[in-house]
Design a protein around this ligand. Structure first.
Ligand SMILES: Nc1ncnc2c1ncn2[C@@H]1O[C@H](COP(=O)(O)OP(=O)(O)OP(=O)(O)O)[C@@H](O)[C@H]1O
Ligand SMILES: [Mg+2]
Length: 243
């Protein structure tokens, strides 16, 4: 490989895109690596959707097209809650697809695509289909948890997950997935980075902390850092620790 090719490769891997969360990019050497797939893990209410929305809105603020697929929380609730926090959820570059199930059928909020929620292989196809009309540089799937239960066994899910990650790479889009599981899961091995959100109790107060479990292709902050959720969203304190 020539020096120029080396340099280009180096430039490509070191150029980063913002998570949109104040303080968080510092923990991951400047931001996410474009074209990769990342997982945000955490217990209920830790702020997974908030972090994913910051990532989406950082793209929108940059003039990029962003696709956000919600699988559990109704799209209308997401729009209401996050517009109150000052997020630009009604921007035309932001496409929110509501694929949340109801008891009998799938609900239609803005757009309805049952195939987005059927299983991971169908979701991959549905995303590729979306790209026929528009190119999205950021995609959020919130959460991925339910799709796992549509696979008949672990091997099938692992294959579908790998195919999904490869397809997203080919589409040159950066993906943020959220997951409700806190134990180690298949996805953790297959994605490029894992960020874990935690809530814990200290001196009678609930506190929040973020840790980077994995970040391929880069160094990262291995200190667990505190974060807050305020009426303007999430803030990470990269110069503080929780002790
Ligand atoms: N204005 C606000 N001020 C402070 N905290 C807030 C505010 N709005 C929301 N929150 C906090 O954000 C949390 C919800 O964050 P979010 O919906 O991103 O979590 P989540 O991990 O996606 O939850 P779930 O597992 O239910 O999907 C709430 O539990 C609440 O504590
Ligand atoms: Mg959520």
């Amino acid at each position: 490989m020539s020096d120029i090719q080396n340099l280009l490769g180096e430039t490509m891997i070191t150029s980063r895109i913002s998570t949109g969360v104040p303080g968080l990019d510092i923990m991951i050497s400047g931001g996410l690596i474009p074209g990769r797939t990342y997982l945000i893990k955490g217990a209920p209410g830790t702020g997974k959707t908030t972090l994913a929305m910051h990532f989406a809105m950082a793209g929108v603020a940059n003039g990029e097209n962003v696709l956000y697929i919600t699988l559990e929380e109704p799209g209308e609730n997401i729009k209401q809650d996050f517009s109150k926090m000052g997020f630009d959820v009604y921007n035309e570059n932001f496409t929110l697809i509501d694929a949340t199930p109801t008891t009998e059928h799938y609900v239609l909020v803005e757009d309805f695509f049952e195939s987005f929620a059927k299983n991971l292989a169908k979701l991959t196809d549905a995303i590729k289909e979306q790209f026929r009309t528009k190119r999205y540089s950021r995609i959020v799937i919130d959460p991925i948890t339910m799709l796992k239960f549509t696979a008949s066994n672990e091997l099938e899910y692992r294959k579908a997950f790998l195919a999904f990650v490869k397809s997203m790479m080919r589409l040159r889009t950066t993906v943020v997935l959220t997951s409700e599981n806190t134990q180690v899961d298949i996805e953790e091995y297959l994605v490029d980075g894992v960020l874990q959100l935690e809530i814990f109790e200290r001196e009678g107060r609930l506190e929040r902390a973020i840790k980077i479990l994995k970040f391929r292709g880069s160094g990262f902050d291995n200190v667990i850092r505190p974060y807050e959720i305020t009426e303007r969203g999430m803030i990470v304190y990269p110069d503080k620790s929780i002790v």
